[in-house]
Design a protein around this ligand. Structure first.
Ligand code: ATP
Length: 248
């Protein structure tokens, strides 16, 4: 039902270096308040899809050559990334990208750079994030480069939250993390969704965990969406079990 779509991606194609067709007509929707998973193997096109939405492809010589992207009903394909942040969509890139030489707190505060609501409001947001991520409060004065992978992932999500987003595009949050930490991070994502009303589109190779925490999922193969459905249905689907959940 299009009337409830918050983010709507319609049949986009992406080409790298003018020749390599990487997305071959991808469509998806994220409803307001939803958690939607974008699933598939390494190289299927998940990161490219998220970067197309945030307009971050330019730096990698990628181009959206077909289709359109709507956010709250408005076309956003030609916005620059910081304008999209101002409209409420923030991306957490794969590999986390904390500033290693800044402290955790300084990293978090960089997320607030587009805000105009003043220091006091930003300080309140910081406290809120520390309530969600007590580990970050403990590590607030540590240089990010000396914190663990899990703490850096939390920092990257926390930094995105400091922009006061309506939607976070989260690329591969589980990457390189121990299972228990992955659960911890997804639990917090769920809480941010429920309590702060943030919608999530998350790209994940870890199908199992992603489907447990999402409402809806899209499975990509070779630049296309090959299957979609609500998360429970997908997790019970025989093909999904065989190819993506390793339970066959
Ligand atoms: P991963 O989990 O590894 O990020 P993915 O599903 O996110 O996988 P993408 O990173 O979107 O997949 O990659 C999709 C395809 O595009 C792959 O074949 C990849 O080699 C190719 N690709 C990605 N970035 C570039 C680039 N900058 N230039 C050319 N090809 C690229």
């Amino acid at each position: 039902d299009n009337s409830t779509a918050f983010l709507e991606v319609n049949n986009i194609e992406v080409i790298y270096d003018h020749v390599i067709l990487v997305l071959k007509g991808v469509s998806l929707e994220v409803p307001k308040g939803g958690i939607v998973a974008l699933l598939g193997a390494n190289g299927a096109g998940k990161s490219t899809t998220l970067k197309a939405i945030s307009n971050l492809l330019g730096a990698e010589r990628g181009d959206v050559t077909k289709g359109n992207i709507l956010y709250k009903g408005e076309a956003v394909e030609s916005l620059n990334p910081s304008d999209l942040v101002k409209r409420g969509v923030v991306q957490v890139m794969e590999g986390r990208h904390c500033f290693e030489h800044l402290t955790i707190e300084e990293n978090l505060l960089t997320g607030a750079y587009t805000r105009k609501d003043g220091r006091k409001a930003i300080a309140q947001s910081l406290e809120l994030i520390y309530d969600y991520f007590p580990r970050l409060r403990e590590r607030r004065s540590s240089q990010a480069g000396y914190t663990s992978g899990g703490e850096q992932q939390m920092c990257a999500i926390g930094r995105a939250m400091l922009a006061k987003p309506d939607m976070i595009l989260l690329d591969e949050p589980s990457m390189g993390l121990a299972p228990q930490l992955v659960e911890e991070i997804f639990e917090i994502v769920k809480k941010l969704n429920q309590n702060e009303g943030v919608s999530f589109l998350l790209a994940e190779q870890n199908t199992n965990v992603a489907l447990r925490y999402s409402d809806y999922g899209y499975i990509m193969e070779n630049g296309r969406v090959v299957m979609e459905g609500n998360a429970k249905e997908l997790s019970e689907n025989e093909d999904v079990k065989e190819f993506y959940l390793g339970l066959s």
